[in-house]
Design a protein around this ligand. Structure first.
Ligand code: PEP
Ligand code: MG
Length: 313
């Protein structure tokens, strides 16, 4: 079965009734772009750019970033690359950034909040992204968006960079990782090009459980119905505005999670490389009505345990 999965990894994930789901990869290193294609991914749904900024004494220059993003675009050979702007803070720290100690780093100046306060980091990255986008289908994604103001400020910074470079527009999406963004999804959906749901953080903030807390690990489950209902709301709001929704958190790489997400109307699933072939194989065994039925049952569950006990029909 493993062998068959592997042999078919370059085939798209087409359900038994012809519905197609895009299966893409999460990566965090330049060389992983080629590895993702090799693993059967149809592009990159999440490039974690933190890798660039970690383990060094100073931030990467615009030129270094431009070279690296361009190398990935080339390796992808026409497949899409979604570049997430720097998502530092919370659990991720940089040695050369002396940030004030925070009582609650996960509720502090992290992700887009940090970038908006540090144009010295944000602007060179945006410039590198727009320049690399000349070479292939690149999209920009902002992490940890919690308010419309944050998105507006990020978009304004990007738009200014684009105008200065005289570059072509690039599709702009946001990560949905904070419950407030789901509540305001109708408003966001009018303004963004796409949503990508980060179920790792969305679960943490919805259940108020630290995603790294060893004593809570068992309960921090992205298949909790509370999280699934938020995903459902997000997809409904996006669909009304004709926008697409992806998921790039851990749920997308879980075969049951991928089936439920497909039934909820998620169009793109982004996962770590080892999950690609297995998720594609699972989706090929499914029909869209069966996935929708599974999603309906999952939304009615009261606990994550009940969701995990569901079987696709
Ligand atoms: C997430 O929060 O689900 C996500 C994909 O981002 P990260 O894991 O990098 O925080
Ligand atoms: Mg996240």
């Amino acid at each position: 079965r493993r062998d068959v999965e592997n042999e078919n990894r370059y085939q798209p994930a087409i359900l038994t009734d012809g519905h197609r789901v895009e299966v893409v990869a999460n990566i965090g290193k330049v060389a992983e772009a080629a590895a993702a294609v090799e693993a059967g991914a149809e592009g990159i749904g999440l490039l974690r750019t933190e890798f660039f900024f970690l383990d060094r004494e100073a931030p990467p220059t615009e030129e270094e970033q431009y070279q690296a993003y361009t190398e990935m675009v080339r390796a992808l050979n026409g497949l899409p690359l979604i570049i997430r702007t720097l998502d530092i803070g919370g659990d991720k720290v940089l040695p050369y950034l002396t940030l004030p100690e925070e009582e609650n780093p996960f509720l502090g100046v992290r992700g887009i909040r940090l970038c908006l306060r540090r144009p010295d980091l944000f602007i060179p990255q945006l410039r590198a992204i727009y320049r690399a986008a000349q070479h292939g289908p690149v999209k920009i994604m902002f992490p940890m968006i919690a308010t419309l103001e944050d998105f507006h400020a990020a978009r304004e910074a990007a738009e200014k960079v684009r105008a200065e470079l005289g570059a072509a527009p690039v599709e702009m999406g946001i990560m949905v990782e904070v419950p407030s963004t789901v509540v305001m999804a109708a408003e966001f959906a009018k303004e963004v090009d796409f949503f990508s749901i980060g179920t790792n953080d969305l679960t943490q903030y919805t259940l108020a459980m630290d995603r790294l807390h060893p004593a809570l690990a068992k309960h921090v489950d992205g298949l909790h119905p509370a999280v699934l209902r938020l995903i459902d709301l997000t997809v409904k709001a996006a669909t009304k505005e004709g926008k697409w929704v992806g998921v790039c958190g851990g749920v997308a790489g879980d075969p049951l999670g991928a089936s439920i997400l497909t039934g909820l109307g998620v169009a793109e699933l982004s996962m770590s490389l080892p999950s690609v072939a297995a998720v594609k194989a699972r989706l090929r065994d499914l029909s869209l009505p069966a996935a929708e039925n599974l999603a309906r049952m999952a939304l009615k569950c009261s606990t994550a345990e009940q969701v995990r006990a569901l079987q696709p029909a």
